[in-house]
Design a protein around this ligand. Structure first.
Ligand SMILES: *[C@@H]1O[C@H](CO)[C@@H](O)[C@H](O)[C@H]1NC(C)=O
Ligand SMILES: [Cu+2]
Length: 126
């Protein structure tokens, strides 16, 4: 009887630990405001350097709606400041929350010449 209850307690403790590990992974997802208090703007490129991003982390892009946008491009688009692929997702709200995927995550503003003025970031999320 006592032995049986001990087994049940161990099972519950192990289950609780599993739940805690799962919750911990969710809680670890971070939220980054791109560019800090200055937001998404010219010269923001490089803001991402030295940070450790993970899949599931959320980037918040703050800017004046209609003055800029955020286009999720591939590495080619990032390097060439072009909207690639052609069906790249374009965010325009001025307060865009974008969840990082594992691997490469590249974003540019595709208003004429903005990307060339450093309005782009490239992140590799683990
Ligand atoms: C991004 O998240 C903020 C805070 O949760 C929210 O107020 C805002 O509406 C979201 N932006 C979009 C485009 O959904
Ligand atoms: Cu712009």
């Amino acid at each position: 009887m006592a032995k049986g209850r001990g087994g049940a307690v161990v099972t519950i403790v192990v289950l609780c630990q599993l739940v805690m590990v799962l919750q911990c992974e969710l809680a670890l997802a971070a939220r980054y405001v791109v560019g800090g208090s200055s937001g998404w703007k010219y010269g923001v490129m490089g803001w991402e350097n030295g940070k450790q991003f993970k899949a599931g982390d959320v980037l918040v892009f703050n800017y004046e709606h209609g003055k800029h946008n955020v286009v999720a491009v591939n590495k080619n688009g990032y390097d060439s400041c072009k909207t690639l692929p052609n069906d790249a997702k374009v965010h325009t709200s001025g307060h865009d929350n974008i969840t990082l995927v594992r691997g490469q995550n590249s974003f540019i503003c595709n208003f004429p010449s903005h990307c060339g003025m450093g309005m782009k970031i490239h992140i590799v999320a683990s």
